[in-house]
Design a protein around this ligand. Structure first.
Ligand SMILES: *[C@@H]1O[C@H](CO)[C@@H](O)[C@H](O)[C@H]1NC(C)=O
Ligand SMILES: *[C@@H]1O[C@H](CO)[C@@H](O)[C@H](O)[C@H]1NC(C)=O
Length: 186
């Protein structure tokens, strides 16, 4: 079966997603996750390549809606001085597993998984997403987000270590440019 996956991987997939051979790994999300403490603003520090995130100054804002779903407001700067927003919805499908969220944006028909592997709520969070395709290969997303636009090297190394433990190759992570983002302070 492996040769089939390799064939698929060399085919021009036409996107900057992270494809790997083999099924998704088993990962443990954060225990005792408290969504209330998680709400608010997070800045992207580093990530696995994702075709829908080509800009800089990427940030996410999470807010609880009346109906119990979570509004996801992502912004990125694709043109200097302009932040492009995109709104999605996150849901906790099983209250016994609150760190396993599903997020959907209007651009995508199917919600993707958004698992919080680690967060201290106040400085850093590590998010992982993986989709199995035919149990042959997988598409992965991984993010380190922080409450500030910069993160200390120490905290960042710890957060990247969480992704590494989930099987993410650290050499694939790309840092997000969080400089020259002053438009959103206006
Ligand atoms: C919810 O999660 C618990 C704990 O993992 C699991 O035992 C249960 O089967 C899940 N419920 C549903 C409806 O999936
Ligand atoms: C965020 O940055 C500010 C200013 O640089 C600093 O005082 C604060 O401690 C930082 N917060 C965290 C959680 O790193």
């Amino acid at each position: 079966m492996w040769w089939m996956c390799l064939l698929l991987l060399v085919a021009p997939l036409g996107s900057a997603q992270t494809f790997s051979c083999g099924a998704c790994p088993r990962v443990e999300p954060q225990k005792g996750f408290e969504v209330q403490r998680y709400l608010g603003r997070w800045f992207e520090i580093t990530k696995l390549p994702a075709s829908f995130e080509r800009g800089k100054c990427i940030e996410a804002n999470y807010a609880l809606r009346q109906d119990g779903t979570i509004e996801v407001l992502n912004k990125q700067m694709e043109q200097p001085g302009t932040l492009t927003p995109i709104v999605g919805t996150a849901v906790i499908r099983n209250q016994s597993e609150p760190a396993k969220l599903a997020v959907g944006f209007s651009y995508y028909s199917l919600p993707g998984m958004y698992w919080v592997l680690y967060t201290d709520y106040d400085s850093v969070t590590v998010v992982y997403s993986c989709t199995d395709i035919l149990r042959l290969f997988r598409v992965e997303f991984g993010w380190v987000l922080a409450r500030n636009r910069t993160l200390s090297d120490e905290t960042r190394a710890m957060a990247e270590g969480v992704l590494e433990k989930a099987g993410v190759k650290l050499c694939q992570l790309i840092p997000t440019d969080q400089t020259g983002c002053s438009v959103d302070t206006l």
